[in-house]
Design a protein. Sequence first.
Length: 126
Amino acid sequence: MEGKQYKRDDPAFDKAVKLAHCVYDLIPLFPVEEKFGICNQLRRAVTSIPANITEGYGRRKGKVFLNHLEIAYGSLMEVKFFLYFSCQREYVSINDYKKCWNLLDEVGKLLWKSIINLETKINNGQ
């Protein structure tokens, strides 16, 4: 699949999808006993980020969209924790950790900016 059919002009969404692929690429590196533990949590949390951005965008209502962006940001924080913990446990290498961590930071900044901008619009009655 080329991905062009679903592509939106939303940098947070685009980076969140890249982040999901990055994390999914790490999953095979984990020990088998984590398949239903950390791996499951990581998969659910990392795909929740772009899914919530998309769902909020689709509803096109300020406060509802804001709520979905905040949920996406919460999922991002969950992924940050699990990656940090996984690196400490040496389930992933420091290089793999840094690659995904950089994407996490980028998505986090973009999401936070979107949240602040939307809050400002809502508070100004726009």
